[in-house]
Design a binder for this molecule. Structure first.
Ligand code: ATP
Ligand code: MG
Length: 738
């Protein structure tokens, strides 16, 4: 068996990992050391050299895009399709299990996935129904409560009494009512996908046995960002099946503790440690050579992450050569910063580079707009990841709701969404009446509408308008029977009046909505053919879902990586840049209060997570990295002036060089930074951003930012009890605490 093509292009350590005997293995290694590459090669090696069947392999990645890429790379190595192999995100795989085994999972066959936005609306409705004060119990907080319990594997009934303080009890009631509503309506939110598929495997002995015998090899990328339920899920699946001669499945995980950036969403770095004790005979492999970045970029990343206390500790090296310095640009405001980024990108393109080699990374989605405008001005093609996802846009969600209703009349979420969109004279009172009938009869709102008209509970204008809506949906459904997906979509958009309604909005926005609706039709045409939508074939276990249902599921699950069009500069948050690499990277908004963000400045644990995020950002760059910041910035309607991020201070000065418009100055930016930051530090006995202080009247607080110099220095302090205040430093008499 010639496996040269699989082992070529790997270093010795990487080969060791790829060719390890079947068993549990953990690769812990820094960014760009080839973890993902090794995982792909391992899959090929399993199949070609160790005779594993592709159907016995389950590989988990972080995004659908990464999954599509991984499948592509494996198939290229194997020189043939490997359809029976399961590759996907945890959510995608859990979803597939539930679709295939809906009955065993206690779900209706046509259960619906709730995306984040649907979930928020539903929780809002629950809060109203319970008569809870929405001011005191904000919807987002309740959603967070529900999701974080689900991520820990707890249903409403499992939430401990300890969590039932005044705060907990109300949330607990909301969780209970929400759970009941989902159960009744066959609705499944993202966290529920994982929780329920975990329960499915745990409780259904036959299924569990089947999948344990089937999946002999479980491979996980980005292991440091798995949460409790995902980890539990792996454990159930990998355990030995009692009475089977096969023994436990082999888990093969790669991760980097320094890149754990989803702690705020429940991810547990601890899983990396636990893995080594919870699983038998784990072989640990470390990779230290980085193949991605210049050594200057790598040195910067290593030095920065060295400031974190909680690390497994490792060092990366590269023989890629020193490379040019990391360039730092200080814009006088955010517009100037954006202009600079667009300018340098244009220069890159003029020098023969391609726009898709360039990435702009930021901490917050709100930063993208000005950069977008700067790109438009210079005619640089760009693409934004995340933000409002394509499938979460208002007009798209409306269209999807029509499509959903055409396929499934009993989909209440969709019904409520479009029953009066575009407006057709069905008021809130009528919808309330329908809801009451539905609840009383235990039916869907669709059925309740028909019943209400028949019984006379809906009469007059209400009966006419609701009746017309029902006829509209039935007519569309009749017209598109057996039609291809894109025709269904086209028909829904036109006949429902959505296209006319949204185009009427006028201006840029109306144009954009119209284009998006057209784009949706294009997406439907490509569905199943495009790699952005990997329709996974289950091999023997054919899924029964129609193309329409599959498309709607994908639309809810797909994590914002839908894209079309030619090469473009990519803008995204640092969070979504995980695992990716680009020749040219801009890290924008390197400012205290933005990155690290204000919240993390109060909690050391969170600050370390922000630093890991900075490490992720820096290590995306292959050849050239820019740090940019703005002296003043307008964001979310507020003007602020911030100091340069402490992360810039944590990068060795010899890695950096400041750029001035019109020429490069070879002095580190710090030497020139004669701003309020310096004054504050020197003149006022060590007062710094993040410093705890006490004020005679306002009590204790944390310094958020400062501006001005000397006598005129103003500081913004966030007081625990009094909220945030601007104070003249010279008169504030702040006492410095510990
Ligand atoms: P991250 O932590 O960011 O996810 P990673 O450890 O998964 O990074 P990869 O993305 O697998 O790293 O690899 C980084 C880059 O280095 C890729 O372009 C990859 O093709 C390349 N690479 C990895 N190993 C080698 C090797 N032995 N020889 C040449 N190039 C390599
Ligand atoms: Mg990787």
């Amino acid at each position: 068996m010639d496996v040269t093509h699989i082992l070529d292009g790997l270093n010795e350590r990487q080969r060791e990992a790829v060719t390890a005997p079947v068993g549990n293995l953990l690769v812990v290694a820094g960014a760009g050391s080839g973890k993902t590459r090794v995982l792909v090669h391992r899959i090929a090696y399993l199949v070609e050299a160790l005779g594993a069947s592709p159907g016995g392999i389950l590989a988990v990645t972080f995004t659908n895009k990464a999954a599509a890429e991984m499948r592509g790379r494996v198939e290229r190595l194997l020189e043939g399709p490997a359809r029976a192999m399961w590759v996907g995100t945890f959510h995608g795989i859990a979803h597939r299990l539930l679709r295939m085994h809906w009955q065993e999972a206690g779900l209706p066959q046509n259960f619906q996935i709730l995306d984040a936005d649907d979930q928020l609306r539903l929780v809002k409705r629950v809060i109203r129904t319970l008569d809870v004060d929405e001011q005191k119990w904000p919807v987002r907080q309740a959603v967070w409560f529900i999701n974080s319990h689900k991520d820990e594997g707890r249903r409403a009934k499992d939430v401990e009494a300890a969590d039932h303080d005044v705060f907990g009890t109300t949330h607990h009631r909301i969780y209970e009512a929400y759970e009941a509503l989902c159960e009744q309506g066959g609705l499944v939110d993202f966290a529920e996908l994982l929780l329920r598929s975990h329960e499915l495997l745990l409780n259904n002995i036959d299924l569990r046995g089947h999948y344990r015998r089937r999946f002999r090899h479980l491979l996980v990328d980005e292991f440091q960002d798995t949460n409790t339920i995902q980890y539990a899920w792996l454990r159930v699946l990998a355990a030995a099946e009692p009475g089977s001669a096969l023994g436990p499945g082999a888990v093969w995980a790669v991760g980097d503790d320094d890149q754990s950036i989803y702690g705020w969403r429940g991810a547990k770095i601890q899983n990396i440690h636990d893995f080594q004790t919870d699983f038998a005979d784990v072989e640990v492999v470390r990779l230290e050579q980085n193949y991605r970045s210049t050594s200057r970029i790598l040195n910067a990343a290593n030095a920065l992450i060295g400031n974190n206390a909680e690390r497994l500790g490792k060092n990366l090296w590269t023989d890629a050569g020193l490379g040019g310095p990391i360039l730092v640009y200080s814009g006088y405001n955010d517009l100037d910063e954006a202009r600079f980024i667009a300018d340098r990108t244009q220069r890159w393109i003029e020098d023969g580079g391609s726009p898709d080699e360039v990435a702009v990374l930021y901490r917050s989605n709100a930063q993208s707009r000005v950069i977008e405008e700067a790109c438009l001005r210079l005619d640089i093609p760009y693409r934004i990841y995340g933000g409002v996802r394509f499938f979460e846009r208002l007009e798209i969600k409306n269209a999807l709701a029509y499509m959903r209703l055409v396929g499934q009349r009993h989909a209440d979420v969709a019904f409520e969404r479009v029953v009066n969109t575009p407006p057709r004279g069905i008021g809130g009172k009528t919808v309330d009446a329908i809801r009451v009938i539905a609840r009383a009869n235990g039916t869907s709102m669709w059925q309740a509408s028909k019943d209400g008209i028949a019984s006379g509970a809906l009469k007059g204008r209400a009966a006419t308008t609701v009746g017309a809506f029902i006829k509209l949906i039935d007519d569309i459904a009749g017209a598109v029977e057996n039609a291809p997906l894109y025709e269904i979509t086209e028909h829904c958009i036109e006949t429902s009046g959505l296209m006319a309604f949204h185009s009427k909005e006028g201006g840029e926005r109306g144009m954009a909505r119209k284009e998006n609706l057209e784009e949706l039709v294009t997406a439907c045409r490509q569905f199943g053919r495009d790699l952005a939508f990997p329709v996974e074939n289950t091999g023997t276990e054919e899924s029964q879902a129609s193309e329409l249902e599959e498309f709607l599921d994908q639309a809810a699950l797909e994590s914002g990586d839908y894209q079309s069009g030619g090469p473009a500069l990519q803008m995204m948050t640092m969070h979504s840049a995980k695992g990716l690499e680009f020749p040219l990277v801009f890290m924008a908004g390197m400012e205290e209060g933005l990155f690290p963000n204000t919240r993390s400045m109060r909690e050391p644990g969170r600050l370390e997570e922000e630093r890991r995020l900075a490490y992720v950002g820096i290590t995306r760059a292959m050849r050239q990295l820019y740090f940019t910041y703005a002296e003043t910035r307008r964001m979310n309607g507020m003007q602020s002036s911030n100091w340069p991020s402490r992360f810039l201070d944590e990068v060795p000065a010899e890695c950096l060089e400041e750029v001035r418009m019109g020429g490069t100055v070879s002095r580190p930016f710090r030497a020139q930074a004669g701003n309020g930051a310096q004054d504050l530090r020197e003149d006022h006995g060590g007062l710094r951003i993040g410093q705890s202080v006490r004020h005679a009247k306002f009590g204790d607080g944390i310094v958020l930012q400062a501006e001005g110099a000397g006598e005129r220095t103003r500081v913004q302090v966030n007081f625990t009890n009094a909220g945030s205040k601007w104070l003249m430093l010279a008169y504030a008499n702040l006492e410095i605490l510990g």
